[in-house]
Design a protein around this ligand. Structure first.
Ligand code: DOR
Ligand code: ZN
Length: 348
C-alpha cells in the first residue's frame, strides 16, 4: 500500500448546513475533517439580523461532536432593507464573519436578495471601512441572458464596478465555473479571490445532460462545458493563492431534486476532502492540495492557518447512496462511484 500523507486540517469557505433537525446530520458530517466553515445564510427565513445569526450559530454548535474543533463562521444575507447597524454590530461584536450577496432570484432561497446592486454601494462602503468581506453569488438573474452566460454577464455588469469602487473591500467570487472567472480573478489584486467546489472540478454539463437528465448534478451556477472545467482544475491545482476550497455543499430532499422543477444544489460535504483529493491526484498535483484546501483561504481572510493534521490514505471505497436523517434521504453526489482516497483527522 502507498504511504499515507498528511495535510494541515482544511476549512470549507462556503457551506450550506440548512437548519432544524437536519443540523444533526450536516454539522457532524462537515466537522469530521473541516476545522472552520463559512455558513451560508439562505435559510427559508434568511439570516438578516444579528439575533438570527447568534441563534443560528447556537443551534449549529449544539451539534458539534465533542471530539471536534469545528467553528462555524457566520454570515448575514444582504437584502434591500438590511440595517447598516446590524452589519457593524455583527462585526464589532465578532458575531459575523462576512456578508453574502445574492442577486434576487439567482438561486435557492434568494427571493429576499438584492434587487439593485448599485443601491448597495453605501453599504459596501461601510463594509470596506469595517473590513467585512463581501461574498458574492456572481450570476445575473435575467431571463434574456442564457443560463450558461450568467456568470460572465455578472462580471461585466457588476463585479468590475464593485471592485473599482471599493479597492479595499475583500471580495470573494463564490463557486466560480468558467475560464472567464478564472482569468478575471487572476488579474485582480490581493483583495479579490474565488472559491471552487468539488463538483465543478469533477464534472461538466455532459455528466448532467448526456445519456439522460441527472438532477443530482444540477446546481447553480450550472455545470459548464469541459473546457471550463479544465480551467478550474488547472487553477486549483496550480497553487495560486487567491483560489481556495468552498464546497457549496447544498443538500435538498430527494423528492425536491427528483422533480419536474428540481432544486439546485449538490450534497458533497460529508466526503468533500476525498473528492478534492481525487482531482489533485489525477492531475499529479497532490503536493498543491494543502495550499488550496488549508492555506489560501485562511491567508486571504487574514486568520491563522489550522494546526491539526488530516491523514490521507490511498484506499478504494464506495460512497453510500444517501445520508439519512429522520425519514428523509439526502443523495450524495458521487454516490456509488468508486473513490480512491480516504481522509481522517489525526488526534494527537
Ligand atoms: O446549487 C446551489 N445550491 N447553488 C446555490 O447558490 C445555492 C445552493 C442552495 O442553497 O441550495
Ligand atoms: Zn452556496
Amino acid at each position: 500500500m502507498e504511504k499515507p500523507f498528511f495535510i494541515t486540517q482544511p476549512d470549507d469557505w462556503h457551506l450550506h448546513l440548512r437548519e432544524g433537525e437536519m443540523l444533526a446530520t450536516t454539522v457532524p458530517a462537515s466537522a469530521r475533517v473541516f476545522a472552520r466553515a463559512i455558513v451560508m445564510p439562505n435559510l427559508s427565513s434568511p439570516i438578516v439580523t444579528i439575533d438570527q445569526a447568534k441563534n443560528y450559530k447556537q443551534n449549529i454548535i449544539k451539534h458539534i461532536p465533542a471530539s471536534s474543533n469545528f467553528t462555524p463562521l457566520m454570515t448575514l444575507y444582504l437584502t434591500d432593507n438590511i440595517k447598516q447597524q446590524d452589519i457593524i454590530t455583527g462585526k464589532t461584536e465578532d458575531i459575523i464573519f462576512a456578508c453574502k450577496l445574492y442577486p434576487q432570484g439567482a438561486t435557492t432561497n434568494s427571493e429576499f436578495g438584492v434587487t439593485n446592486i448599485n443601491k448597495m454601494y453605501p453599504l459596501f462602503a461601510i463594509m470596506e471601512r469595517y473590513q467585512i468581506p463581501l461574498l458574492i453569488h456572481a450570476e445575473v438573474n435575467d431571463d434574456k441572458i442564457d443560463i450558461f452566460d450568467r456568470e460572465l454577464a455578472f462580471i461585466d455588469k457588476h463585479l468590475i464596478d464593485i471592485i473599482n469602487n471599493f479597492p479595499e473591500l475583500k471580495i470573494v467570487m463564490e463557486h466560480i465555473t468558467t475560464v472567464d472567472a478564472v482569468e478575471f480573478i487572476k488579474e485582480q489584486n490581493h483583495n479579490v479571490a474565488a472559491t471552487i467546489t468539488a463538483h465543478h472540478l469533477l464534472y461538466n454539463r455532459n455528466h448532467m445532460l448526456a445519456g439522460g437528465i441527472k438532477p443530482h448534478y444540477y446546481c447553480l451556477p450550472i455545470l459548464k462545458r469541459s473546457t471550463h472545467q479544465q480551467a478550474l482544475i488547472d487553477i486549483a491545482t496550480s497553487g495560486h493563492n487567491r483560489f481556495f476550497l468552498g464546497t457549496d455543499s447544498a443538500p435538498h430532499q430527494l423528492d425536491k431534486k427528483q422533480s419536474c422543477c428540481g432544486c439546485a444544489g449538490c450534497f458533497t460535504a460529508p466526503f468533500a476532502l476525498e473528492l478534492y483529493t481525487e482531482v489533485f491526484a489525477k492531475e499529479n498535483k497532490i503536493g498543491q492540495l494543502e495550499k488550496f484546501a488549508s492555506f489560501n483561504g485562511a491567508d486571504f481572510y487574514g486568520i491563522p492557518r489550522n494546526t491539526a493534521k488530516v491523514k490521507i490514505t490511498k484506499k478504494s471505497w464506495q460512497m453510500p447512496d444517501f445520508l439519512d436523517y429522520d425519514n428523509e434521504k439526502f443523495k450524495l453526489l458521487g454516490a456509488n462511484e468508486t473513490w480512491n482516497w480516504s481522509a481522517n483527522i489525526e488526534h494527537h
